[in-house]
Design a binder for this molecule. Structure first.
Ligand SMILES: Cc1cc2nc3c(=O)[nH]c(=O)nc-3n(C[C@H](O)[C@H](O)[C@H](O)COP(=O)(O)OP(=O)(O)OC[C@H]3O[C@@H](n4cnc5c(N)ncnc54)[C@H](O)[C@@H]3O)c2cc1C
Length: 108
């Protein structure tokens, strides 16, 4: 269940950087460029520079990755209910269905 319409799944606040742990699990065609260092700024104004010598972070379009992930999930048998917002989940039952919001699907 996803509140966004199908063609916007994957669109999210994200810089689109793939770390070395995950980079081999994504098709190479999605990697637009590689970078060799990143600056990390913490909420307490600390700053780190992470450098790997060789380029070690792959940059992707988060929307393209999300659309590919969706395709993989659908091919594996997942059923998509897009434009549906989950309002609550009852964890007290063994198998519970999420409660949908009424008429709250995002259409833009
Ligand atoms: C500024 C910023 C930059 C970042 N840059 C990077 C980066 O470069 N590399 C990296 O690896 N990570 C990065 N991250 C972290 C990364 O974006 C998150 O860790 C990741 O998106 C979490 O994935 P998720 O699928 O768990 O949740 P989300 O990405 O939050 O996805 C949740 C999905 O559920 C949907 N949804 C939410 N609420 C409901 C509801 N009630 N009903 C139905 N659907 C709902 C949303 O529409 C969304 O599609 C960044 C995060 C931020 C904020």
């Amino acid at each position: 269940m996803e509140k966004l319409p199908e063609n916007r799944i994957g669109e999210k606040v994200c810089a689109g950087g793939l770390s070395p742990k995950i980079i081999d699990r994504v098709p190479k065609k999605f990697i637009e460029r590689y970078i060799r260092s990143i600056n990390v700024h913490s909420p307490s104004f600390e700053k780190w520079i992470l450098e790997g010598g060789e380029p070690f972070i792959g940059m992707i379009s988060r929307l393209e990755l999300g659309q590919w992930q969706l395709d993989q999930a659908l091919k594996a048998g997942a059923k998509l209910e897009d434009k549906e917002e989950v309002r609550s989940v009852d964890l007290s039952k063994k198998q519970s269905k999420p409660e949908k919001a009424k008429n709250r699907g995002i259409t833009n």
